[in-house]
Design a protein. Structure first.
Length: 326
């Protein structure tokens, strides 16, 4: 019988730290930062499946995030149903949209695919912003007070934190599972070179479609978590371009195509973004665009593999020095 390998020490410490964080930092402000960090990590990890592993740089993932955010609140607004009921419906709608969008756009490559996803996401945002059925530009609001636990409306940040943490664990577990399986080898082969992968018998288009569907499902869940936490969504917060850009930046900063890259990116970017908003007040939101733009330039110029690749390169250099000294 094959024995299960013990998890590495760093992973164990990370898991323990995430579990204990809200207990060690019980202030509502720090717990809110923790919840925001987890949400950003979930969304970036979802994007990482298609953008990092498969190399299909989508800049329109806000369309799936927005569907996941709007559907639970829409169920509550129309019929008074708990937002929890709308989460699986949002996933199904996101999967349907991914299938419809993926059929033509996944045949494109490079910046053409990125431009196509931006165009679709912006069209959906404009449509939602003028559609009275979904609140138009005003948006939709969820239950102000929880009628029961299934409304997912809590006074404390603590329940949200652990719900988000469980979802993040599921996303990472799914990603880690396919990393070492045929699907994981397929998407990495496609990222390295589509023509070479096709010549080796890889079903390129179907594999990319699978990656997009899986990514869309988890991104929709991230949108649903966002709306049950905030209780409100409008076209900007659900379908805005900044939603997509944040996913890309968080994953790329930490290391796109790596399991823990999105966590590392969120761990750096979210506290930095929170600090600028607090220091500069309302002007901090405008500075977010400048920070994102600067990070894009720095990553593209100096470290395309993100901080994860930088860390491994420095670690290899250190071991080479140790070996040379020995």
């Amino acid at each position: 019988m094959k024995k299960l390998a013990a998890p590495p020490l760093g992973l164990t410490l990370l898991a323990v730290g995430l579990v204990l964080y809200p207990l060690l930092f019980s202030d509502a402000f720090y717990r809110d930062i923790g919840v925001t960090f987890l949400l950003a990590a979930i969304a970036a990890s979802a994007w990482n499946i298609v953008g990092g592993y498969a190399g299909q740089i989508s800049v329109g993932h806000s369309m799936f995030f927005g569907i996941g955010a709007y559907t639970p609140v829409l169920f509550y607004t129309l019929w008074g149903w708990p937002p929890l009921v709308g989460i699986p419906v949002g996933i199904l709608l996101s999967l349907a949209l991914a299938a419809v969008i993926g059929l033509p756009t996944l045949r494109l490559s490079g910046h053409y695919f990125s431009m196509a996803t931006i165009a679709v996401a912006e069209l959906i945002r404009i449509l939602v912003g003028t559609w009275n059925f979904v609140g138009a530009a005003i948006g939709l609001q969820g239950p102000a007070r929880g009628r029961a636990w299934w409304d997912l409306t809590f006074r404390s940040e603590l329940p949200y934190y652990y719900i988000f943490l469980v979802v993040l664990g599921i996303v990472l577990a799914v990603t880690a599972t396919f990393e070492s399986r045929r699907f994981g080898y397929y998407v990495r082969a496609i990222k390295a070179g589509e023509r070479a992968a096709k010549s080796l018998g890889v079903p390129v288009h179907w594999t990319k479609m699978q990656a997009l569907l899986l990514s869309a499902a988890f991104t929709s869940i991230a949108g649903s978590l966002y709306v049950v936490k905030t209780g409100f969504v409008d076209p900007g917060s659900g379908f805005g371009i900044l939603v997509s850009v944040q996913m890309v930046i968080v994953a790329a900063l930490g290391g796109a195509g790596t399991l823990y890259g999105p966590l590392l990116g969120a761990l750096i970017l979210i506290p930095l973004q929170t600090a600028t908003n607090n220091w500069l007040g309302g002007g901090g939101s405008g500075l977010t665009f400048i920070i994102y733009g600067g990070i894009i330039v720095l990553i593209a110029r100096f470290e395309p593999g993100g901080l994860s690749e930088l860390w491994h390169r420095l670690l290899r250099k250190r071991w080479k020095r140790v070996d040379a000294t020995a």
